[in-house]
Design a binder for this molecule. Structure first.
Ligand SMILES: *Cc1c(COP(=O)(O)O)cnc(C)c1O
Length: 401
């Protein structure tokens, strides 16, 4: 892939007809080192946020050794690229064949579950041809927790309710070498109290079950920065998680894990799009709901934008986007703030698309083509540069004081 100083240089060199995904390996490297150095436990990258092989290598090179994989496709992908990585199969509903292949072919020992049926499935699928049960399983019971502090809920689909957790923990303990409890507070958790609440539920589950727990996995949900969403510093999340982890009734040697997806890769990518038509304050651009802008369309996520033309001078106005496909749903309400005199032919950079953006692109309606380039400038926002104003002063977060 070619390297350029920034998006403007890409536009002058290529005048691209197709969207261009820009990657910033230095930004992903910085995020990885931050988690590896500052999270008080093991950081496991949640591959679904962005499975790009280039990104996986950057994370590995910067100290991320554990990978949360959710499908046999992700198991094969990461194992093929990173033969030494520790893979954890953290989808609570798997097929027996996927478990078997993961365990016997790819060396996966860590699985999550939220029902007795899944426990039985894992035990059966990892039993060898002589009928000997696996003795080296790490099994994590997924507990349902609240998503009330997060922008995207993950509370409905997975997780055993606290009321049913004790028998499942006791049964799981019989079949594993290490027993863990995991949860997910929802994506883009805007306050560390999300984890405090969840860890309180973990405490209740352990007390009810009276089992020895070896691993506490606080899942994903660590935020990134977007327009209108200014989370507190990640250090606050780490400190609170550590304090409440230390106070749990678990063994002295118990491990703390996390599964950051978004926080490790949001800053890694942005995209250059071109305005093909303007109708009042609606811009028809060449990427959208079926491309890298899935969340902008489907959950009205506001990504940061900037016009890449130097001759646009008018003050900023509020715009909505239409994507390139013929589908009315290919619409992104925004509002996106751009110069009022923007017009067809102008290029825009849309930032913070490394997580659940670049990874979502499809070929629907023949619009999947995309180019790629590496750029050296800074992402449009960063939680890792140390030069952020303290967002605890802003009014969209719960104050810690
Ligand atoms: C999606 C997912 C993650 C990553 O979540 P982020 O909010 O992107 O950090 C982690 N763990 C599990 C089980 C997930 O499904």
């Amino acid at each position: 892939m070619h390297q350029f100083p920034d998006a403007k240089a890409v536009v002058s060199a290529l005048e691209p007809d197709e969207p261009v995904i820009l990657t910033r390996p230095h930004a992903a490297a910085r995020a990885a080192r931050f988690f590896v150095e500052k999270f008080p436990g093991t950081s496991m990258y949640a591959v679904k946020a962005n499975p790009s092989p280039d990104l996986l290598r950057v994370l590995w090179d910067n100290g991320v050794t554990h990978y949360d994989v959710a499908s046999i496709g992700e198991v094969r992908l990461v194992r093929g690229l990173l033969p030494q990585a520790k893979l954890c199969f953290m989808h609570p509903v798997k097929t027996p064949r996927a478990i078997r292949e993961a365990y016997f072919t790819h060396g996966v020992r860590t699985f999550s579950l939220d029902t007795l049926d899944e426990l039985q499935k894992i035990v059966t699928a990892t039993t060898d041809d002589d009928g000997v049960e696996a003795s080296d399983l790490q099994l994590l019971v997924r507990l349902r927790v609240s998503s009330e502090h997060s922008e995207l809920s993950l509370a409905a689909k997975f997780g055993v309710d606290l009321i049913d957790a004790a028998p499942l923990l006791q049964a799981t303990r019989q079949h594993c070498d290490a027993l863990g409890i995991c949860f997910h507070v929802g994506s883009q958790a805007m306050t560390p109290f999300a984890y405090v609440q969840a860890l309180e539920r973990v405490r209740a589950a352990i007390a009810e079950a009276a089992v020895t727990v070896d691993i506490i996995d606080v899942g994903g949900g660590f935020p990134s920065e977007y327009p209108g969403m200014e989370p507190p510093p990640l250090e606050d999340y780490f400190a609170m998680i550590h304090r409440h982890f230390e106070a749990l009734p678990i063994s002295y040697s118990a491990e703390l894990w996390a599964e950051p997806g978004r926080a490790l890769c949001a800053e890694y990518s942005s995209i250059i799009v071109r305005v093909e038509k303007r109708r009042e304050n609606e811009l028809y651009i060449n990427d959208g709901a079926y491309g890298a802008l899935f969340d902008a369309a489907h959950v009205a996520w506001r990504f940061p934008v900037r016009a890449l033309e130097d001759d646009l001078i008018k003050p900023l106005g509020e715009f909505a986007f239409y994507g390139p496909t013929c589908d009315d749903a290919d619409y992104m309400a925004g509002p996106f703030l751009l110069p009022e005199d923007i017009q067809a032919g102008d290029y825009i950079e849309i930032g913070m698309l490394g997580a659940y953006g670049a990874a979502m692109k499809t070929d629907f309606n023949g619009f999947g083509a995309v180019e790629g380039a590496i750029v050296m400038d800074e992402p449009m926002a960063s939680l890792y540069r140390g030069d952020r104003a303290d967002p605890r002063e802003s009014d969209n977060v719960v104050s810690l004081r």
